[in-house]
Ligand binder design. Structure first.
Ligand code: SIN
Length: 506
């Protein structure tokens, strides 16, 4: 259906899709539960990646706005840390309920600014909301410990205390779930926060906090500072270096993660970093090939390949290589429908921006120039626009090609033929990334061996999706530090306080 754009005010445009309206669309930042402009009054446009049309303008905040928001979060922490775990749990549960009730509106905004198909956007809301319900439960289970003391007249007590103000910097690929995964956890722990959403997708963040306010999240617990790419470095430095900030939680590229880690180091601040991956997808001869291909579709084409956990390098055993490729090709031809995210039947949207489009096509072109073979795709569908890259299979790739080492973040499957377990472990581990790995085998011993030998923080055996609120998401090597989801995710935002109770005999 064709979207109609109508002007509502000078800087505010709302898209109407017939009678449906994105009623959660906001054009202001959110500080101390107030909708605010930048102090400079500057704004920047948020674009629909399908056609680069302007959805609306939002405040282009700078370092002084960020400092102000941090001060608000720090003042609020003084009272919020004493709110009972039970009360925080109830608020989080109400936020979850509202997100579920407003799934369609949230999904429309996600699709408009990220480009992903509406069904996937709704799936992201379900996934993202699940963190709020999960952490609502965790809030009441952040228990301490009483440890047997080596002295008869003393008692050792460990309690968990909230860290304080947390800076949250989130990406554009899962603009809702990456916020709830962090904010749900830190609120459960009793922290407050300032969020800087990606400049590509600030509208989802604003819609999410509109619902948080309605759920009863008190003033100043969650603050959102929006800014353009131009102001991001200055805002980012304040978020990492301000004295009030006790932790920086970032999901995004390894390049930016390294910069933030250095800035955080100046104040010895806690970091939680979920960075890029370079996931291997390994298929052994004993695997159920039909299942492996179905899971490959999810692992590769979820969000059109724009996921840190997305399968990057396919290692297929020579005994099942031809069968796997034939079936994969068939599934892609039927299952990958490229188009605008708001159109029915579309399963793959545009890449997020021109930079990303250039990166994906550049990696494919480099590989082809160095001898890789294009089995399908490998070009833009220019009838749709300038960011619609066709689902692609490359074979005859070698470790010398850039595509082997770099995270593609696009709909490109590069396939390697392997001969043995030993060979594939070496190849799969030959990367600085260590986030997710996927292995397909029915040999139980092999499954356990692979889980142990693969240098990745998460290993899925016979599955292409491993994300869930109940599990501890996170990477090793240059893929990051810390875990999100599970009880560990909430513990990340606490410090252990050791209290020694002495002189019990006096
Ligand atoms: C990511 O890949 O960026 C996160 C995806 C997830 O949580 O599954």
């Amino acid at each position: 259906m064709e979207l109609l754009r109508i002007g509502v005010s000078r800087n505010f445009r709302i898209y109407l899709n017939h009678s449906r309206q994105m009623h959660l669309l906001k054009d202001k930042a959110f500080v101390n539960n107030e909708w605010v402009s930048a102090r400079s009054n500057a704004v920047f446009p948020v674009l629909n990646p399908a056609d680069d049309s302007v959805i609306t303008n939002v405040p282009d905040m700078d370092a002084s706005d960020a400092k102000n928001a941090i001060q608000v979060a720090a003042d609020t922490f003084k009272t919020w840390q004493d709110v009972t775990a039970k009360e925080r749990s109830i608020i989080l549960r109400r936020w979850y309920d509202l997100c579920e009730q407003n799934k369609d509106s949230l999904a429309e905004i996600i699709t408009a600014e990220s480009g992903k198909p509406l069904s996937e956007a709704a799936g992201e809301v379900t996934y993202g909301s699940s963190f709020l319900s999960w952490f609502s439960e965790c809030a009441r289970h952040l228990n301490g410990e009483v440890i047997p003391s080596p002295w008869p007249n003393k008692q050792i007590i460990l309690t968990r205390q909230p860290l304080g103000v947390v800076s949250i910097i989130t990406p554009w690929n899962f603009p809702f779930a990456m916020i709830t995964r962090k904010v749900g956890a830190l609120m459960a722990a009793g922290c407050t926060c300032v969020i800087k959403p990606s400049e590509d997708t600030p509208l989802t963040a604003l819609a999410a906090v509109e619902l948080a306010e309605k759920a009863g999240v008190p003033k100043g617990v969650i603050n959102v500072v929006t800014c353009s790419r131009k102001n991001a470095p200055a805002v980012g430095s304040v978020l990492c270096e301000d004295n009030h900030v006790k932790c920086i939680s970032f999901t995004g590229s390894t390049v930016v993660g390294k910069i933030l880690y250095q800035q955080a180091a100046k104040g010895i601040k806690r970091v939680s970093l979920e960075l890029g991956g370079n996931a291997p997808f390994i298929v052994f001869p004993s695997a159920d090939i039909q299942n492996a291909v179905e899971q490959a579709m999810l692992a590769k084409f979820r969000n059109n390949g724009q996921a840190c956990v997305g399968a990057n390098r396919f290692f297929i055993h020579e005994d099942v290589y031809d069968k796997f490729i034939a079936l994969f090709k068939e599934h892609i031809s039927k299952g990958c429908v490229l188009g605008r995210g708001n159109q029915k039947g579309v399963s793959c949207g545009p890449l997020i921006n021109n930079e990303q489009a250039k990166k994906v096509s550049g990696l494919v072109d480099d590989a082809v120039k160095k001898g890789a073979r294009k089995i399908m795709g490998g070009e833009f569908d220019t009838t749709l626009g300038n960011k619609f890259y066709k689902s692609t299979i490359l074979t005859d790739v070698t470790p010398e090609m850039n595509i082997f080492r770099e995270e593609i973040f696009g709909p490109v499957a590069q396939i390697f033929k392997i001969k043995s377990e030993e060979e594939v472990v070496k190849l799969a581990n030959d990367t600085n990334g260590g986030l997710a790995a996927y292995v397909f085998t029915k040999d139980l011993g092999q499954a356990f061996r692979m889980s142990r030998k693969l240098e990745f923080g998460m290993v899925a055996i016979n599955d292409g999706i491993l994300s869930t609120a109940e599990a501890a998401f996170g990477g090793i090597k240059e893929s990051g530090i810390g875990r999100e989801g599970s009880l560990h995710g909430a513990q990340e935002y606490t410090d252990i306080k050791y209290t020694l109770m002495s002189a019990l005999d006096k």
